[in-house]
Design a binder for this molecule. Structure first.
Ligand code: CUA
Length: 366
């Protein structure tokens, strides 16, 4: 009796909790309403089975409870009942799987006029690439990946020269325009996921995966990595900013082309701050140090200059030019409280070190 009552409470509680819960999905901001529909179908089917099976068990526990003078009957076969159960279960499973197949087929077949966006994941940041005026992305190969060519674009492919390379984890997209997203990983398994778009997919090393979506709402949407990929996994975030077409084009016009990133000195015209910014990207510093105050594996560079840091041995040091130069030259010599000692030594010339320090200094809060 007690068990039957507990089962009834669990069933009732689950249904009430489902209806009253504040934990619903985020508001939809893409064309993928069908994703929500399949989720609803799944919840309804599994919910009906959950309620029906538990109520049946509660009923059976109560109806066939132990009573003096009653004997249990043994019934090894019941073909009619088996056919019913197999039939109902089959319908339930088809209902769970079939809609997903239809939605998935659509999900990986982008419209012809879709804008191309490449998402590249690496421990623990995102990079993006957009095509230039021709609308085509140039070829890539892991052989070409180097500190100055982190996306591994083929330098001999003319299609790639005008490709726009985006560092820093923020990409703009025009509203109401389909986007074909292709994904690559430089190191381990990652997963690009922006909840409001209901779109996500794994980035598998050695493969190019893809899906498409149409952003239908303007706004700034957070995307995150949804595969545990190491120490900095939780910091592996990016933002997709959906804007009107004109604003998108204005933003895109300011991006550096692949060709220009291959000659940072020439592009930056000798300005040390600009060179430092280019180096921070090409040398991979931005993987762990943000420039916008957001937390990552290492301290953000925004406002770092002039701050006082506490070393593990208790000493307190002001972050000035000398401190930065010493630390970058030999990161293992000091360890700072609050940060894991994981910074690698990076080969830099004296001029490059000056430029990098100048860049960090330029991010000091006034
Ligand atoms: Cu990349 Cu988790």
């Amino acid at each position: 009796m007690v068990i039957a009552a507990v089962l009834l409470v669990i069933v009732l509680g689950s249904v009430v909790f489902h209806l009253a819960t504040p934990w619903w999905t985020t508001p939809l901001a893409s064309n993928w309403k069908t994703m929500d529909d399949t989720l609803t179908i799944t919840v309804v089917i599994t919910g009906v089975f959950f309620v029906a099976i538990n109520l049946f068990v509660a009923y059976a526990v109560w109806r066939y409870r132990h009573r003096a003078g009653h004997r249990a009957a043994y019934e090894p076969e019941n073909h009619r009942l088996e056919r019913w159960l197999i039939g109902i279960t089959t319908i339930g499973i088809v209902g769970l799987l079939a809609p997903g197949l239809v939605v998935y087929a659509d999900y990986v077949r982008p419209p012809r006029d879709a804008l191309q966006l490449e998402v590249v994941g690496y421990q623990w940041q995102w990079r993006f690439r957009l095509p230039g005026p021709t609308g085509e992305l140039g070829g890539t190969d892991v052989r070409f990946i180097s500190p100055t060519n982190p996306l591994g674009l083929d330098p001999s492919d003319p299609e790639g020269r005008d490709n726009l390379v985006i560092d820093g984890g923020e990409v703009y997209l025009p509203v109401n325009r389909p986007v074909k997203v292709t994904m690559r990983s430089v190191d381990v398994l990652h997963d690009f996921f922006a909840p409001q778009f209901r779109a996500r997919m794994n980035l598998v090393p050695g493969q190019v995966s893809s899906f498409w979506f149409t952003p239908t709402q303007t706004g700034r949407f957070e995307a995150m990595c949804a595969q545990l990929c190491g120490l900095g996994h939780s910091a592996m975030r990016a933002h997709v900013v959906v804007v009107e077409e004109a604003e998108f084009l204005a933003w895109r016009d300011k991006l550096p082309t692949f060709a220009s990133t291959q000659a940072p000195m020439a592009v930056t015209g000798g300005d040390p701050v600009a060179l430092g910014r280019a180096l921070a990207q090409s040398k991979g510093c931005v993987a762990c140090h943000s420039s916008d105050g957001s937390t990552s594996v290492g301290p953000t560079w925004k406002g770092l200059y002039g701050k006082t840091e506490t070393l593990k041995d208790g000493r307190r040091l002001r972050v000035d030019e000398q401190f930065l130069r010493d630390f970058i030259r030999d990161p293992k010599a000091m360890s700072i409280q609050g940060f894991p000692p994981v910074m690698p030594r990076i080969e830099l010339s004296e001029d490059e070190l000056d430029a990098l320090v100048a860049h960090i200094k330029s991010l000091a809060t006034p």
